[in-house]
Design a protein around this ligand. Structure first.
Ligand SMILES: [Ca+2]
Ligand SMILES: [Ca+2]
Ligand SMILES: [Ca+2]
Ligand SMILES: [Ca+2]
Length: 210
């Protein structure tokens, strides 16, 4: 009995550890996230602190190991792409890389909204073509969250200086990064696994006493 529970605990911890390593890049659920009410929620466990050459400030300084970050592989489907995530108080970075449509760069545009869908910020073009971007038409945005909450990011393209639906098949990568000291942290993943393991050990103790 105890051996069985122990192996289950080890297996679950292993899954958590595997998830933490593999979770940095996720794929957009194409065509299902075209509105605020159907936004694709990015779980905190998808964020990691692993090194990534394309996680950088707008000036091109790599911040992958100073932030908790997630990268979304998105694709246009004649619609806007909506994502939501739990942001924490502190500095956040939103970086569009590899924006391509039929081999050519397209003019991305991103917007940030709070949980009541009030627009907090938006960006059209970046200051520099940093790592991952071939063109300054790729968007880059920083924002200091005042408090922890659900936030929305919308990805589209610039048409007549406003947010417009992405072309069909337009590819891009969206990196969302948050500073470690106050931001969303990858730490809760092993912490959750540790607590789960501790709970199981406590259960084992109870069953042994019985
Ligand atoms: Ca980048
Ligand atoms: Ca899409
Ligand atoms: Ca970029
Ligand atoms: Ca742009």
């Amino acid at each position: 009995m105890s051996n069985k529970l122990t192996s289950i605990a080890l297996g679950v911890c292993g899954m958590f550890a595997f998830g933490a390593v593999q979770a940095a890049y996720i794929t957009e659920v194409n065509s299902l996230n075209s509105s605020i009410s159907t936004s694709q929620f990015i779980s905190s466990v998808s964020f990691t602190g692993d090194y990534d050459q394309d996680i950088n400030t707008e000036d091109g300084v790599n911040i992958s190991e100073q932030t908790s970050h997630v990268s979304v592989l998105g694709r246009g489907n004649n619609a806007l792409d909506f994502f939501s995530f739990n942001g924490s108080a502190g500095q956040a970075f939103f970086d569009i890389d590899y924006a391509k449509n039929s081999g050519n760069s397209f003019n991305s545009w991103i917007e940030l909204y709070d949980s009541s869908y009030t627009r907090l910020a938006y960006n059209d073009d970046s200051y520099t073509a940093e790592s991952g971007s071939f063109s300054t038409f790729d968007s880059f945005m920083t924002y200091e969250f005042e408090y922890s909450s659900l936030y929305y990011v919308v990805v589209g393209q610039n048409c007549n200086c406003q947010l417009t639906e992405l072309y069909w098949g337009a590819d891009y990568t969206l990196h969302i990064s948050q500073e470690y000291d106050q931001g969303v942290s990858a730490v809760p993943v092993p912490a959750a696994a540790w607590l789960f393991g501790t709970g199981l050990l406590a259960l084992l103790g109870v069953s042994r006493r019985k």
